[in-house]
Ligand binder design. Structure first.
Ligand code: GTR
Length: 334
């Protein structure tokens, strides 16, 4: 009696297990559809790298995560997209650290003009322990930075004249990204700073609402700003890292195995982006020069750097807790 009862319980369990397995086979685990924000157009180095990231993640997770990159800022401007990624409404993005400052104060250190001597130094710093400190600050605001992209050096361009000295900036209306530090930067050079979304700059240049802006070669070229503002002056005042960031909630929904896959894909994407950036930057420069843009070297960069000193002094005064980050970055480049 007892034996037969035990037998029948075991049998029942077996049947249940088989039924469960059949259901699992019939209904595969729901794939995570990830939406990714990208401000850049198709073909841009960052876009190609992000699309590679999406493909690698989909393949290696065998479809458990299916990221899709939305290009050309169609999902909104950068400050809004940062908020959406923080809340988990978007799953991943490539963000410039410039407009990140108002949300993650530590990243403002990266927006101090001339904080990096070269793109190579920026990579060296961000790939090391200092980069981890920025990743920690981002994580506190629900953004998981998995790798760092480059964005070259940003220089001033305008419709009026070559900028060779700070005096040449006098009176120019210059668009800046959404960050008070950039307003101070242009004001200290005697210009009038206008914070504005990237997508509005072309029209603003065309209608004369602004005289100029500042950006790297690939953005200056792909945005078409070079068609209107034909003086590009190599001030190279900002060398900003960008992150490949995942929304914290999307990250935490992943198994450990899938987190590993996503992290590796992000690192591969950064490698790709940096290589494509170097090539793309050269091609963009050639394109704008052959379109008639006058590119000028700025021989006395020290004159510009001097005008930025009050910004450093004020920054450290307002943010004493960030002073060591500033000095550590400077020391790492000695
Ligand atoms: C580009 C950068 C974008 C955006 C843009 C801008 O170089 O890659 O993320 O910040 O500049 O000027 O707004």
């Amino acid at each position: 009696m007892q034996t037969s009862k035990r037998f029948s319980v075991a049998g029942c369990l077996q049947v249940t297990a088989i039924a469960g397995a059949l259901t699992a086979m019939a209904m595969p685990v729901q794939a995570e559809q990830w939406r990714g924000w990208n401000i850049q157009p198709p073909g841009y180095p960052n876009t190609v790298a992000l699309e590679g990231f999406a493909k690698e993640v989909a393949e290696k997770t065998e479809g458990r995560v299916e990221p899709k990159v939305y290009n050309s800022g169609v999902l909104g401007n950068q400050p809004d997209a940062i908020e959406q990624t923080r809340s988990g409404a978007l799953d991943f993005a490539n963000f410039n650290m410039g407009p990140m400052g108002p949300i993650v104060p530590a990243t403002n250190v990266l927006s101090l003009p001339f904080i990096f001597n070269s793109v190579e130094d920026m990579y060296k710093v961000m790939d090391g322990e200092i980069g981890d400190r920025f990743a920690d600050a981002l994580a506190e605001k629900n953004l998981i930075a998995l790798s760092w992209f480059g964005s070259g050096a940003r220089s001033l361009y305008n419709t009026a004249r070559p900028v060779e000295t700070p005096e040449d900036v006098q009176g120019l209306k210059v668009r800046v990204m959404n960050n008070d530090l950039y307003v101070e930067m242009i004001d200290n050079l005697g210009g009038n700073a206008t914070p504005m979304a990237y997508s509005d700059v072309y029209q603003a240049l065309k209608t004369g609402v602004i005289d100029g802006a500042e950006n790297n070669y690939p953005s200056y070229e792909s945005s078409g700003h070079y068609e209107i503002a034909q003086y590009y002056s190599l001030t190279e005042h900002l060398i900003l890292p960008e992150c490949l960031c995942i929304a914290k909630s999307s990250w935490e929904d992943l198994s450990e195995e899938d987190q590993q896959i996503v992290r590796q894909a992000a690192e591969n994407a950064a490698k790709k982006q940096r290589q494509l950036w170097a090539e793309g930057s050269k091609a963009s420069r050639e394109k704008i020069v052959s379109a008639g843009v006058e590119v000028n070297e700025v021989t006395d960069k020290a004159a510009f750097q001097e005008k930025m000193q009050p910004i450093y002094a004020e920054f450290v005064k307002q943010n004493p807790q960030l002073e060591s980050l500033v000095t550590d970055i400077q020391a790492a480049q000695q």
